[in-house]
Design a protein around this ligand. Structure first.
Ligand SMILES: Cc1ncc(COP(=O)(O)O)c(C=O)c1O
Length: 357
């Protein structure tokens, strides 16, 4: 069997949740488990976190229903809300909280004739310009929602565009818009903080925080590492050296012959490639870890394999190779691939065998 593994560490997940609670001790926690818990496996993450959080966050109804079918009892908020009467009925039956971000969704609630109720997260566009009512429209939306029996509480919510950039004026502007609107409404609960907000903007914790990436052990900031934030990686992607080659100076390696040996080189072949979710486009000198030593990836990453320079390290066929995890973070690989660890996690396919520890 091919020895490519994706390991999820539950205690790291709980450690990271503790960091959320240390940073925002008075806020309730809505833990983001959308997109299969950022690729970590929604069920295992929900199962681990749900006894310790106040709600889970998913993007759309089917993600919520899958968790309910698997027996998760914790409240679940549907971030994009529902888009039809059938979806509304299913969401209410599944005891989901609903984000309401456009008039059609208020219409669905007004047309609802059943006797279930829910908490509605009224989403306002405080400046990101993706989803949400304008602050002017939100007052009317609030009044319409507040008149409905199906709505038992309204939580005012919005989302930061630039909270990871401490120099950006945008976050201050968004906070001002959000707070001005909150003052104009008899609202008790507010929520805006994602991971960056939790760690860098304590004045925005309000009643609910919504951590995502920090739960998974990555840093939301480009200039601070996860370990500086006392976060632990939850996902480890690993494999093994399946072959070793000795190549001579001047010989090239891999598709397109893009890399040429400038000296006689001992080459390790790792059973992991872009077919497993490892990024194909990585920067020069991107490394893997073998026996705690760094080895640079040379030549193109192919679908099932990659080649690494092991000339100067002790490595043998069969040795374990860490692609990302402890001591080689997904943030580091993501930066080298010109992306963010969110994307790497979400792209990790089900091809690697999954383990939970
Ligand atoms: C509405 C909302 N809140 C919170 C989060 C969590 O963000 P992060 O993973 O940066 O903590 C997300 C993630 O995209 C989101 O869409």
């Amino acid at each position: 069997m091919r020895d490519a593994q994706l390991t999820i560490n539950r205690s790291a997940l709980l450690h990271n949740l503790r960091q959320v609670k240390l940073a925002a001790p008075h806020a309730k926690v809505l833990a983001m488990v959308k997109a299969d818990a950022y690729g970590h496996g929604a069920l295992v993450v929900a199962d681990t976190l749900s006894p310790h959080v106040d709600a889970l966050g998913v993007a759309f109804l089917e993600e919520a229903l899958a968790l309910r079918m698997a027996g998760i009892r914790c409240p679940i908020a549907i971030l994009e809300g529902v888009f039809s009467a059938d979806e509304l009925a299913a969401a209410l039956s599944a005891q989901c909280y609903l984000v309401v971000h456009q008039p059609e969704q208020i219409g669905l609630l007004q047309d609802y004739r059943g006797d279930l109720d829910t908490r509605v997260w009224l989403k306002i566009d405080s400046g990101m310009h993706r989803l949400g009512f304008s602050p002017q429209a939100a007052i009317d939306a609030y009044q319409q929602l507040n008149a409905l029996a199906v709505v038992k509480e309204i939580i005012l919510t919005s989302h930061f565009a630039c909270a990871d950039d401490l120099q950006s004026a945008k976050t201050r502007q968004q906070i001002t818009v959000f707070e001005q609107l909150a003052q104009a409404l008899p609202i008790l609960s507010k929520s805006i903080a994602n991971s960056a907000g939790i760690l860098a903007w304590p004045e925005t914790h309000y009643q609910w925080v919504r951590p995502g990436i920090m739960l998974y052990g990555s840093s939301p900031f480009a200039d601070k590492t996860a370990s500086e934030l006392n976060l632990q990686p939850v996902m480890t992607l690993s494999s093994r050296l399946i072959a070793i080659q000795q190549i001579k100076t001047g010989e090239s390696v891999g598709y397109g012959s893009t890399w040429q040996a400038t000296q006689d080189t001992r080459l390790g072949v790792v059973a992991m490639g872009y077919g497993d979710g490892y990024p194909r486009h990585i920067g020069r000198d991107t490394c893997v870890l073998i026996n705690g030593q760094r080895a640079a990836i040379v030549g193109r990453v192919s679908m099932d394999m990659m080649t690494v320079d092991i000339t100067h390290i002790s490595a043998e066929r069969g040795d374990a190779v860490v692609l990302w995890g402890e001591d080689l973070t997904a943030d580091e690989i993501a930066a080298s691939a010109n992306t963010i660890s969110y994307e790497l996690f979400c792209q990790a396919t089900t091809r690697a065998e999954r383990f939970v520890v």
